[in-house]
Ligand binder design. Sequence first.
Ligand code: URA
Length: 447
Amino acid sequence: MQPQEVIRRKRDRRPLTTEEIRGFIAGATDGSVSEGQIGAFLMATWLNGMEQREITDLAIAMRDSGRVVDWSGSGLPRERIIDKHSSGGVGDEKITLIVVPLAAACGVIVPNLSGRGLDYCAGEHDMLDAVPGYDTTPSPERFTAAVRDVGGVIIGPTLDLAPADRKLFFVRDVTATVESVPLITGSIMSKKLAVSPTGLVICVGSGSGAYMATIEQARELATAMAEVGAGAGVSSVMLLTDLDCVLGTTVGNAVGVVETVDFLTGRERDPRVLELVLAIVAEMAVLAGVVADAAEGRALALARLEDGSGADRFGRMIAALGGPADFVEDPARHLPGAAVERAVLPSRAGFVAGMDAKEIGLALVALGGGRKRPDEVIDFGVGITHVAAVGAPVGPDAPLCVVKARTEAEWEAAAARIRAAVRVTDAAPAPLGPIVRETLHRSAAPA
Ligand code: URA
């Protein structure tokens, strides 16, 4: 396989063979394909797309770039192993951190492989790297032991699980090649299939904060992922979500971890985050066979949230992978902060009518909380908190948000960008519709 030939074919809109895709991904993983060639391949794919057969080949080749977890012999009931993922959205990354321990508290087993920040969306892997001592790339033995002990654990792609995604991710992050059905499908499904679940719940967002601009594009992405899953024997539920504004109240790494703990412990719960979390955990519980239907799953998830068992599992997950044993009591004490922390006031009083959430995600990148180069070290302590929800009144005493920055100049730049991104009107806007706009069920293909 000559990498330039594969790139040329994709550039010229010709479908790639299974062998070409497998060869290119193997080369990207072992380093024989250069970062420049990976970038060119990604852009050609972004521009010209792939047919479903190529998408499936890409996802399977990326999965097979590493080990596929074999749970036999682990003592874990295979039918209860269910994973979740999100196709990305500004503020959405904390949902995995909430859902994994909560689903575990409901009896679902969740070995979760998540990604780093990607372009303007933060990522679970980075968020957990902000926690001192937490091992996001554990050995296979440590990962299995943590899943067995806690029931739900989040890690990143390791050197042996979906390593091709790790390679491609670094390049996609900084080459404007994220918003692509084949590339997102390959990235997500390679990680999901590497941990051998029997079912999957994936949130596929659309709107200004998501990689998919419209619900039609989200549906296309959901269908492509469900197809890959079904072919591999994995049933899926795709929740098409409305991500036209920041999800929850924070955007960033350490701040998102604090929002997670506040949510799980009940210190503060954003209503849209609650609505989404209950919907996801309910579907996971149904797939795991723990409950009969989504209504029962929702009630179970709410009960486990209220009785503190979700927070307890989160604390156990942190400790199992090397983080502080008392993390949940006071997470901010363990996390990095920022030198400048001040509220951003709107240029006029009124109500938040909407926002360009992507711009707010890009403000985080500019603050140093995301990457502009693959090898950039990010600052976990910067971030955006107290984001005013759509419909909230704003004015001299009611800020748009709080920005945590390294310097005054970076704070000023972020504040200006956020002010420009948020639409403020005199009259209160109509309330937002439900966060889950559609639910697509797909059973695994019969063996
Ligand atoms: N999450 C991933 O893991 N990959 C993507 O490409 C988008 C979201």
